[in-house]
Ligand binder design. Structure first.
Ligand code: FAD
Length: 528
């Protein structure tokens, strides 16, 4: 079913659940509900993952920092949440094996007194994971540390601890969840914005929405509405009840991308305490180095941008941790994401509250879910759908998401890159990238490449023309930025390279989507 057919269905059918927001949480809810046999619709006002869900640190983790806080506060509830997230980590590695991986993370220590503290903490992390543990954490001597990270500051280095977490491609995972939901029967559309909620006898019964690309407004009918709008949940809550108190404040988290030379391809770095007591990561990601993050009070806005202060802070950290200096001109890309933080004390006293994520049900029946983290999106989705099923007394089967592979994962084999190389003669780095990004669907991309679309979009990156065609046809990419930022990740990795690739991407999309000259030119002027 293409986007226009989906929109036709949204206009004419009525649904058990309407989900607002196509980030990790909303897409997870659509998938969960569809696997239970519920009739579910999802609308996203921009592209999937265009909000917070493409701007994370890309870690699938229980959170060593959360564990530290839990132990300090002797909070068993929090410890349980870390354990739960570690279980979710193991599920994600299993259900999306192509786009996730185990990553070693090294914590350098410069004082002897720090060693027992961090060693005990990371051993506790292993223990909590139980059977879901990825590999035992271990002590690493300063010699070995220097070998792994030749640019690490050597003065006073005592050694450090190596532990393991998961890593993933957040935006591609988000799109895969939405595509899997569609395969299970959900009606999912991007670029459809909720303008207002509809009520009958004081109870919500649907939403008034605008198809942003078609410039058309229509209504969607649904028994229950789930608000998964991330930092925007308060604006949706206000549509249900104009005088409702806000439940969120937001903070901004910035990441930078710098050259791959700062991290070996298989090991990241964690600084457990920066100058102001924050945790900072430097991680190898898609052939580059990702550094982040910050935590600064912010306003809710559509395209949050990193401030000079945040960039300076991250550069200062890099320059303190390494023997080499990195200047601002060496930043290949940077972005800011908004964390939704539940801050209203009244709200937390009265609502059904888990300390990780929060679910609220309003008098008119709006179910709002927020908080949590990417790693726990599946559990959040399950809890939200349980709430909807119970409050509407809907007939639904049990959730199947614990055993549902994400698109591309089911038939994926680690030998896929070699098979692609042999069958299609594509360069090894392109085959590795296609396998990681599309899993078992990589063969379809390679088949398109074979028909004359095998050129790279940028000389130093493995992305090829066939992907533009594939993601437009099969992954609901609607704009050139959808392709360059969230289906291919080039805009996140190297903004200059992405800008150079933009005209060719527009040309290929114009053929697929029948854009006229004016539309194509408008796309070429789009900014990130
Ligand atoms: P979003 O992704 O923001 O999705 C909400 C969607 O709702 C948006 O796409 C928006 O366009 C849409 N929307 C809003 N209003 C409307 C409307 N009126 N109509 C239709 N749609 C609408 N978690 C981890 O597990 N690991 C990490 O490494 C990690 N790192 C992080 C780093 C940073 C800097 C930040 C900020 C968060 C990080 N997280 C991490 C947390 C994780 O990214 C979030 O928990 C998750 O992405 C939230 O997803 P969401 O779907 O709730 O929100």
């Amino acid at each position: 079913m293409n986007r226009l057919e989906t929109i036709q269905n949204l206009k004419t059918q009525s649904f058990d659940i309407l989900v607002i927001g196509g980030g990790a949480t909303g897409s997870g809810i659509a998938l969960d509900a569809a696997t239970r046999g519920l009739k579910v619709a999802l609308v996203e006002r921009g592209d999937f993952a265009s909000g917070t869900s493409s701007k994370s640190t890309k870690l699938i983790h229980g959170g060593v920092r959360y564990l530290e806080l839990a132990v300090k506060q002797l909070d068993m509830g929090q410890i349980h949440l870390v354990k739960e997230a570690l279980f979710e980590r193991s599920l994600l590695l299993k259900l999306a094996p192509h786009m996730t991986r185990k990553l070693a993370i090294f914590t350098p220590l410069y004082q002897w007194t720090q060693i027992p503290y961090y060693m005990a903490g990371l051993k506790a992390y292993d223990l909590l994971a139980g059977k879901a543990n990825l590999e035992k954490s271990r002590w690493v001597s300063s010699d070995e540390a220097q070998k792994r990270f030749p640019v690490l500051k050597s003065k006073g280095l005592k050694g450090g601890i190596l532990y393991y977490d998961g890593q993933f491609d957040d935006a591609r995972m988000n799109v895969s969840i939405a595509l899997t939901a569609i395969e299970k029967g959900a009606f999912v559309a991007n670029y459809v914005k909720v303008e207002n909620l509809l009520k009958e006898n004081e109870k919500l019964c649907g939403a008034k929405v605008t198809d942003v690309l078609g410039n058309e407004t229509f209504e969607i009918k649904a028994k229950t509405i789930i608000n998964a709008a991330g930092p925007y949940v308060d604006s949706i809550r206000k549509m249900a009840q104009s005088d409702v108190l806000p439940m969120l404040t937001v903070s901004s988290g910035v990441h930078l991308i710098i050259d791959r030379k700062f991290c070996p391809p298989d090991t990241g770095l964690l600084t457990p305490k920066t100058e102001d007591g924050r945790v900072l990561f430097m991680l190898p990601w898609l052939g580059a180095t990702l550094v982040g993050t910050t935590d600064c009070p912010a306003e809710v806005r559509e395209s949050p941008q990193p401030t000079q202060e945040e960039i300076d802070y991250l550069l200062r950290y890099i320059n303190q941790s390494f023997e080499v200096k990195v200047g601002e001109h060496e930043i290949l890309s940077s972005w800011a994401g908004l964390r939704p933080l539940v801050s209203n004390a009244n709200f937390t006293n009265t609502a059904s509250l888990s300390r990780d994520h929060v679910i609220e049900k309003s008098v008119s029946g709006l179910i709002t879910i927020t908080g949590g983290k990417w790693t726990t999106y599946r559990k959040m989705a399950l809890d939200a759908v349980n709430e909807a099923v119970q409050s509407e007394k809907m007939e639904a089967g049990p959730s199947q998401t614990e055993k549902t592979f994400l698109v591309g994962g089911e038939k994926f084999q680690p030998t896929l890159p070699q098979e692609l190389e042999k069958s299609f003669g594509l360069p090894p780095e392109v085959c590795r990238h296609l396998s990681r990004a599309y899993g078992d669907r990589a063969i379809r991309v390679a088949e398109i490449a074979q028909k004359g679309f095998r050129e790279k979009l940028s000389p130093h990156h493995p992305y090829i023309e066939a992907e533009v065609i594939y993601t437009t046809r099969h992954e609901m990419a609607q704009t050139a930025i959808d392709v360059l930022a969230r289906r291919l990740r080039l805009f996140f990795l190297d903004q200059t390279a992405a800008k150079k690739a933009l005209p060719r991407v527009c040309q290929l999309m114009a053929q697929e989507l029948d854009w006229d000259e004016a539309h194509t030119q408008q796309e070429e002027k789009r900014t990130f």
